[in-house]
Design a protein around this ligand. Structure first.
Ligand code: ADP
Length: 202
């Protein structure tokens, strides 16, 4: 009896990430929202994903709080914990980008070195760093989850902006000021940028 390996020829997969993406009218990318808690990362990430979905694009959203409930639930808010949190997310984002998707992420990611690590994991042009900016006073006033109040009361230690640093991006592809622009305007700015950079092909 002929063995299977003699009967069947191995075919290398010839579909590339670019081909998978082109079928969706896009190029693979990781849109990396960084900024203080309550600056608007989750709000914009969700609104952007929705806008892209409506236009027939293929996206995946990685959100800080959700990832810490599962994949990264063993990690704390120490600098080492934050670094490993971002490293794992970077690797996951890279896998989705390799599948041709536009990945949208919403993580405080306060350290420049961690953000650079993710940028270097990806191909040139794939990493779009978006600094979601609002002054600390505005973020603290918004405080949608009551976290600033807890940090001020000493109930949360190492909270970014209160007793842990946020390293402002020096070379972000985009800076979006959510204290001066409403959500719709922010999303329009993002869509215009993605079209200009040929990440959106239609
Ligand atoms: P983060 O994910 O950065 O912690 P969230 O998106 O959870 O922040 O919360 C931001 C808060 O700010 C929300 O209550 C949102 O409604 C409000 N907000 C006001 N203006 C904007 C804007 N232009 N973009 C994003 N969020 C905004």
């Amino acid at each position: 009896m002929t063995q299977q390996k003699d009967t069947f020829t191995w075919h290398n997969t010839v579909l590339t990430a670019e081909q998978r993406a082109e079928a969706k009218g896009q190029r693979p990318a990781v849109i990396w929202f960084t900024g203080l808690s309550a600056s608007g990362k989750s709000t914009l990430a969700n609104a952007l994903e929705h806008a892209l979905f409506e236009r027939g694009h293929h996206t995946f959203l990685l959100d800080g709080d959700n990832v810490r409930h599962g994949l990264n639930k063993d990690l704390d808010l120490s600098p080492e914990g934050r670094q490993e949190n971002i490293r794992r997310i970077g690797e996951v984002a890279k896998l989705f980008a390799d599948a041709g998707l536009i990945v949208v992420t919403a993580f405080i990611s306060p350290y420049r070195s961690d953000r650079r690590m993710v940028r270097e994991l990806l191909k040139p042009g794939e990493f779009v760093e978006v600094h979601v900016h609002a002054p600390l006073e505005v973020c603290e006033k918004r405080d949608p989850k009551g976290l600033y109040a807890k940090a001020r009361a000493g109930e949360i230690k190492g909270f970014t902006g209160i007793d842990a640093p946020y390293e402002v991006p020096e070379h972000a592809e985009l800076v979006i000021d959510t204290s001066k622009n409403d959500v719709a305007t922010c999303i329009q700015t993002l869509l215009d940028y993605l079209r200009e950079k040929n990440i959106l092909l239609r």
